[in-house]
Write a protein that binds this ligand. Structure first.
Ligand code: ADE
Length: 942
């Protein structure tokens, strides 16, 4: 029965009473398929030998898993030879199948997974050996991992089996989905666990198709896409449509056209309507044709005009239709007859007694396409005997009398709707009607109105007006007759009143306009000043220290209004084809971190680390990601991680830095516990100090100096890395929120920075002291498992980390110096560097080491007795040193109280020989003492 009391089939054996059991169960032949490494998941129950009476000695609680590879199934009847099978592992249960006091059996299923392989033959058998356990095998699941076929960036990637070597990746090229085409070669990397990593390159949808749900779908009717790319289908432009799917262009509606050079997203257009208001103005032997543009330009801007001329025979003796022929070539056109962009032309060299008809044609880029009617306006003239031409039509409309006095008449008139060229002035010709042309007067006016004075009362006058343009006079308007008034003095001041009112209204408007202008320009000045301030701030900042120290000053990328400008200024763009990604080495806040090679033609490849920005990022994330590059790009020091460049112009966005073979300092030291000499460790500390001296000199405050942010190369050179505050806030798992809302790596941060946010190079020095402690303790966690709150309180109370075991006293003294409460009393980085150099030059100074917990500043002797609440056994279990329980008990250490005074010699004496184990135990004792001290200080009773 299973856990739900349902019957299940199992293979079981329970020969626990008989000695020397050797029972085998073998699977059928399992085909390997594409697997290189096979996983076997076993579900089984196992009885706890203690629960079976009278079985001691013979009962076992494990069984063994074996396998045999073959290219064919073994022939039927082949004798089983256990020696042919290779052992995979001994399998023990986490839970046991026991019997309760009441006799009810409680079934507990165990699940264990083992890796089998590498498997290379066509198939294999699994075999299970029982050596005397009470066991039921419930299920065996055999599987291998593969990166499942997937679609990414419009490319399909096939099912892929990962490499055997779990840290290296399989590079897989993708094939573009239907109706897509390649941009940068699409690639994915298949990781050991069957996950796809680091998408590179992409495909884009072809013309007529757009991306939808990872595929390229055809544009719907009414939409089109003329170019391949990851853009959507666009709605057909005005006056065009598409009736089928997957349109690459929209066709123009009837009567509308697209010129050859018109882009596909431009509305379809049509030829213009005819030019308007065509007039001819005559100046002796020249004819000036003027017109206004057509009311409908057809939706285009490329409007021009052509002049077409026809000469017709005016002396047609038959009285029939006049004979006309083209005459452009006989006449002179200024500037030219065709392709005019302006709205006038001068025509010269007329023949005598000839009728000329001029057509002005408006044309645009689509005239002549299709069968649209020509856009013509025409005018006909007849020359005199001399070849002179009579004047053209008047530009004047109706002439009106506005008012009249006994001796003056005020006239005004309208011009034709849009005069083809600027009117220079008007000539008003008038005479007394009764005198009828015997004598006449004339006056000129620039406005289309005039007050004609000096007239006689109650007299009828005849007026006609003509306009003068740059091309000469137009014809006179028709004649208009108006009469002066009887003698009446009241009307005299009318005009003046008007002038005063107009002037004052004008003056007020001027005042309003002036005020608005001042307001606007005032605001603009404010804006310009604000901009100047930010520029000024940056320029001052950038050039601040240069003249004095000769050292370049760090420029905070946040002082740039546009952060991409900082990226351009401080980083080099790398062509992604030069980057060859080899494996994933970690995960950052923004995406995977990979290692690989940077290729430069004619140069050796450089090993690099590549930080990638995951797809689907927000603009702010992209900025934060690249912010680190624009900081790093400003540094040039052998102990600062070197930026090779960035990839920002293609996806994924990447930051490429030099590769550091030994990775982060904290994990490197943990992996090599106790393996370096003091001089080697001081050499690492020196490297960090060199990098930090450089940063302090150029005015950069790191804020997150810690061993995890130091990288180590193959020659053990340490370089400072991880720049950019956003990462401190988001990425550093050590960063915690303070009461003021900041996120800070508490254990590494100086008190004034935690409390007041006062970060400085002096607070970096505090962090440097903590990093020194990490180095000298081979990656121990500062303040061990104390809570952040307790760390803050104990620092406040004056507690400082004790010297790690074996740490030269001089180094611990330097640490203590870095942890001065008053930041001005801390050494600066160049003083630290000088001190370390002295130690290196005089290695005997490193011989006095701290080996004894009694010599730590906080001595347990000072502490009162306190009740202890866990046993030695629990304590050793918690630090995974359970194997020494008997050593402690045998030596008489039975309470935590008793071990709190143990020295390293005591630890050795009770039989802990491995240096790593000695270190772990002594560190934990230090931690316990500190916690107990803190508990006692805060008045708690445990
Ligand atoms: N992890 C993060 N950055 C690295 C680098 N530059 N070298 C090696 N491992 C890293």
């Amino acid at each position: 029965m299973d856990e739900q009391n349902r019957p299940i089939h199992t293979f079981q054996v329970c020969h626990v009473m008989e000695p020397n059991q050797n029972n085998w169960l073998r699977s059928g032949w399992i085909q390997r398929q594409a697997a290189q490494k096979v996983y076997v998941e076993l579900r089984f129950t196992l009885r706890d030998c203690n629960s079976i009476p009278w079985v001691s000695g013979t009962c076992k609680e494990t069984f063994n898993l074996f396998y045999l590879q073959t290219d064919e199934p073994l022939p039927l009847g082949t004798r089983f030879r256990s020696s042919d099978y290779a052992k995979v592992d001994t399998i023990a249960a986490d839970e046991s199948f026991t019997q309760t006091d009441l006799g009810d059996r409680v079934l507990r299923l165990n699940t264990e997974v083992r890796e089998v392989g590498p498997v290379t033959r066509k198939g294999f058998y699994l075999a299970f050996q029982d050596v005397g356990a009470c066991i039921a095998l419930v299920s065996v699941k055999v599987f291998y991992k593969r990166c499942p076929s997937t679609l990414r960036n419009l490319a399909a990637f096939p099912d892929t089996v990962p490499r055997l070597d779990s840290s290296s990746l399989v590079e897989v090229r993708g094939a573009c989905v239907e109706n897509a085409e390649e941009r940068d070669t699409p690639k994915l990397y298949c990781g050991a666990d069957g996950d796809w990593l680091v998408p590179l390159g992409r495909c884009v949808c072809s013309i007529g198709h757009e991306e939808m749900d990872g595929y390229c779908q055809a544009c719907q009717p009414g939409f089109y896409k003329a170019y391949a790319g990851n853009i959507k289908c666009s709605k057909c432009p005005l006056h065009s449509s598409s009736h089928d799917q997957a349109a690459t262009i929209c066709h123009c509606d009837k009567g509308y056209y697209r010129a050859i050079k018109d882009p596909s997203n431009m509305a379809c257009t049509r030829p213009p309507s005819a030019p308007r208001n065509l007039i001819s103005v005559v100046n002796d032997t020249a004819l000036f044709l003027q017109w206004t543009p057509p009311s409908d330009t057809g939706g285009r801007k490329d409007l021009t005009y052509n002049i077409l001329c026809q000469r017709c025979d005016s002396n047609n003796e038959d009285g029939g239709a006049p004979q006309c022929e083209p005459c452009e070539s006989d006449l002179r056109f200024i500037p030219r007859p065709l392709g005019l962009s302006g709205t006038s032309v001068a025509v010269l060299d007329f023949a005598m007694h000839t009728n000329y008809t001029f057509h002005v044609e408006a044309v645009n880029g689509v005239s002549g396409l299709g069968i649209a009617a020509r856009s013509l306006a025409n005018v006909t003239i007849t020359t005199h005997q001399t070849g002179k031409i009579p004047p053209g039509p008047s530009l004047i409309g109706v002439v009106r009398k506005d008012w009249a006095t006994h001796n003056s008449i005020a006239l005004s008139w309208t011009e034709v709707e849009q005069p083809p060229s600027d009117i220079v002035d008007y000539e008003v010709k008038y005479y007394e009607k009764e005198q009828e042309q015997l004598s006449y007067s004339s006056t000129r006016t620039k406005a289309p109105s005039v007050v004609v004075s000096g007239l006689r009362p109650s007299t009828l006058y005849v007026f006609h007006v003509r306009a003068r343009t740059v091309a000469g006079h137009t014809a006179y308007s028709p004649k208009f007759e108006f009469e002066t008034a009887d003698e009446d003095p009241d009307m005299a001041d009318h005009g003046q009143v008007l002038v005063v009112v107009t002037a004052s209204v004008g003056g007020f408007s001027l005042l309003v306009i002036l005020t608005l202008f001042l307001l606007i320009t005032g605001r603009c000045q404010g804006y310009i000043k604000a901009r100047m301030k930010s520029e000024e701030k940056r320029t001052r900042f950038q050039s601040g220290h240069v003249p004095f120290s000769g050292i370049k000053t760090y420029v905070d990328p946040d002082t740039y209004e546009d952060p991409t400008q900082a990226v351009q200024e401080f980083t080099k763009e790398i062509d992604p084809s030069r980057i060859c990604i080899e494996r994933v080495i970690g995960a950052g806040e923004f995406g995977e971190v990979c290692s690989g090679l940077l290729r430069t033609p004619g140069k050796a490849d450089i090993a690099v680390a590549i930080k990638t920005l995951k797809g689907g990022y927000m603009e702010q994330q992209r900025r934060d990601f690249l912010r680190e590059a624009s900081i790093m790009g400003q540094f040039n020091n052998p102990n600062i991680i070197r930026l090779e460049g960035v990839v920002t112009k293609s996806r994924p966005v990447m930051i490429v830095v030099e590769y550091m073979e030994n990775g982060a300092l904290d994990s490197f030291l943990r992996a090599h516990d106790g393996q370096f000499t003091a001089i080697q460790l001081v050499g690492m500390l020196r490297g960090i100090a060199v990098g930090m001296t450089y940063l302090a000199d150029i005015g950069y405050i790191h804020r997150d100096l810690a061993a995890r942010n130091i990288l180590v190369d193959e020659s053990l050179i340490c370089k400072v890395s991880d720049f950019g505050m956003s990462r401190v806030l988001e990425d550093d798992p050590e960063a915690a929120y303070t009461t003021t809302g900041g996120k800070i790596p508490i254990r590494w941060t100086a008190p004034e920075a935690i409390t007041y946010g006062k970060f400085s190079s002096a607070s970096d020095v505090w962090s440097y002291g903590i990093a020194m402690w990490e180095v000298m303790s081979y990656g121990e966690r500062p303040y061990w498992e104390m809570s952040n709150q307790d760390v803050i309180l104990s620092i406040e109370e004056g507690y400082r980390l004790p010297a790690p075991m074996g740490c030269p006293v001089a180094l611990h003294q330097l640490m203590m110096h870095c942890w001065q409460k008053e930041r001005v009393q801390r050494p600066n980085f160049s003083e630290i560097l000088t001190f370390l150099d002295k130690l290196i030059r005089n290695p005997s100074s490193l011989l006095t080491v701290v080996n004894n917990v009694h010599s730590y500043p906080e001595s347990p002797e000072d502490m009162p007795d306190y009740p202890l609440f866990i046993s030695i056994g629990d304590w050793l279990d918690s630090i995974k040193m359970s194997q020494y329980k008997n050593n402690f008990l045998a030596a008489g250490y039975t309470t935590l109280d008793s071990i709190s005074t143990m020295s390293i010699d005591d630890i050795r004496r009770i039989g802990v020989c491995l240096i790593g184990h000695q270190r772990r135990i002594i560190s934990s004792i230090q931690s316990l003492r500190l916690q107990l001290h803190h508990i006692q200080q805060s008045g708690f009773q445990v």
